[in-house]
Design a protein. Structure first.
Length: 301
C-alpha cells in the first residue's frame, strides 16, 4: 500500500501573498489517498515542477510590495517519512505520523514600474509534519489528518525569490478511497483547507484556501495502472492587510484535469511505487496559470 503515502510537501503557486500557498493543483491527487498502510516505516521522494505566468496588468502582493506580470518556475524535491506504529486506537483504526522536508529551486520574474526584475535561488522550504488517523470497512477506506507547515524556508522582505512563506499553516484533511481489488479499480478523494497565520513582517493575512483532488485509477496489469484526476482550488476567505485591501481581497481559484500513470517495481512484499502525473490549469483567477508535473517514488523500509 505504498501508493497511499500522502506527501505533505510545500507548494508555491496559489493566490494569497506572493500568489503562493501550500498547494498546487494536483499535488494531493494520490491513488489510495484514504488508506493508512500497515504498521511500518515508509518513505517517499516526490519531484514537482511548475511553470506559470500572470498577466502584466495583474498586480500581486510580494513580500510587502506590489509587483505585476509575475512569471515563476519552481522545481521542488520533497522527502517524506511516514511511520505507522503497531497500535490500534479502536477496532479497524490506525495512526500514522508524517514528516516532509522540501528543497526548492525558484526562478521568478516580475515588473517593478517600467523595469523587469528577475531573481532565483535554491534553499530549504517550509517543513511539514502531522498526524493521520485511518480506518476501513471492506473496500471503503477513510482517513483524517492535520498537516502543520512551519516557516523554516528562506524569506526576506521585498525579495522576489522567497522559498519560504514566513507564516504557519494548519491544514486539516479528509480522504476516502473505494478499492475494488477484483476489478482493479481505485476511486479516491482528498479534501483539505489551508488556514494560515498572519505574516507579521508584512502585516499580511493570506485567506484560507480549500482544495479537492479526485482520482480514478484502473489496474491493467500486476505492475501498471493508469487513470485521470481532477483538482479544484478555491480561496474561501479574502486576504487582509493594507496591500490586500488595495487589491480587493485578492481571492484566487484554479482548476485542473490531467492524466496519471503508476508502475510497481521490486518484490511484492516491499514494492516500489512510481507515479507520474500532469496537471494543466484552467479557470484561473488571481494567481499564476500554468502546468505542473509530479513524479513520486515511494516504498517501505
Amino acid at each position: 500500500m505504498v501508493a497511499a503515502l500522502t506527501v505533505a510537501g510545500s507548494g508555491h503557486a496559489n493566490a494569497t501573498e506572493a500568489v503562493a500557498g501550500r498547494y498546487i493543483p494536483g499535488a494531493f491527487a494520490i491513488p489510495g489517498a484514504g488508506i493508512v498502510p500497515p504498521p511500518g516505516l515508509y518513505w517517499n521522494a516526490a519531484t514537482s515542477f511548475y511553470h506559470g505566468t500572470l498577466g502584466a496588468d495583474v498586480q500581486v502582493p510580494v513580500a510587502g510590495e506590489i509587483r505585476a506580470g509575475l512569471e515563476a518556475t519552481i522545481l521542488a524535491e520533497t522527502f517524506t517519512g511516514l511511520w505507522v506504529p503497531n497500535v490500534e486506537i479502536a477496532p479497524g483504526t490506525s495512526l500514522a505520523l508524517t514528516l516532509s522536508v522540501p528543497v526548492q529551486y525558484l526562478d521568478a520574474e516580475a515588473s517593478v514600474g517600467r523595469f523587469d526584475v528577475e531573481a532565483d535561488q535554491v534553499a530549504l522550504g517550509d517543513i511539514a509534519f502531522g498526524p493521520r488517523l485511518g480506518w476501513h470497512s471492506g473496500p471503503h477506506f477513510f482517513s483524517l489528518g492535520l498537516n502543520v507547515f512551519a516557516p523554516t524556508g528562506k524569506w526576506e522582505e521585498g525579495a522576489l525569490d522567497n522559498i519560504g512563506l514566513n507564516y504557519w499553516s494548519f491544514s486539516p484533511t479528509v480522504a476516502y478511497t473505494y478499492l475494488d481489488v477484483p476489478h482493479g479499480l481505485d476511486l479516491s478523494l482528498n479534501a483539505g483547507i489551508d488556514i494560515n497565520t498572519k505574516d507579521r513582517d508584512t502585516d499580511y493575512y493570506s485567506g484560507a484556501l480549500a482544495h479537492l483532488d479526485a482520482v480514478a485509477m484502473k489496474t491493467f496489469t500486476e505492475r501498471f495502472s493508469a487513470g485521470i484526476f481532477g483538482s479544484v482550488l478555491y480561496q474561501v476567505e479574502s486576504d487582509e492587510g493594507g496591500i490586500a485591501d488595495r487589491l480587493g481581497g485578492f481571492k484566487g481559484r484554479s482548476y485542473s484535469v490531467g492524466p496519471m500513470v503508476k508502475f510497481d517495481f521490486g518484490p511484492k512484499e516491499k514494492p516500489i511505487a512510481v507515479s507520474l502525473s500532469w496537471a494543466p490549469e484552467f479557470g484561473v483567477e488571481n494567481r499564476t496559470e500554468g502546468n505542473a508535473v509530479y513524479l513520486s517514488v515511494a516504498g517501505k523500509f
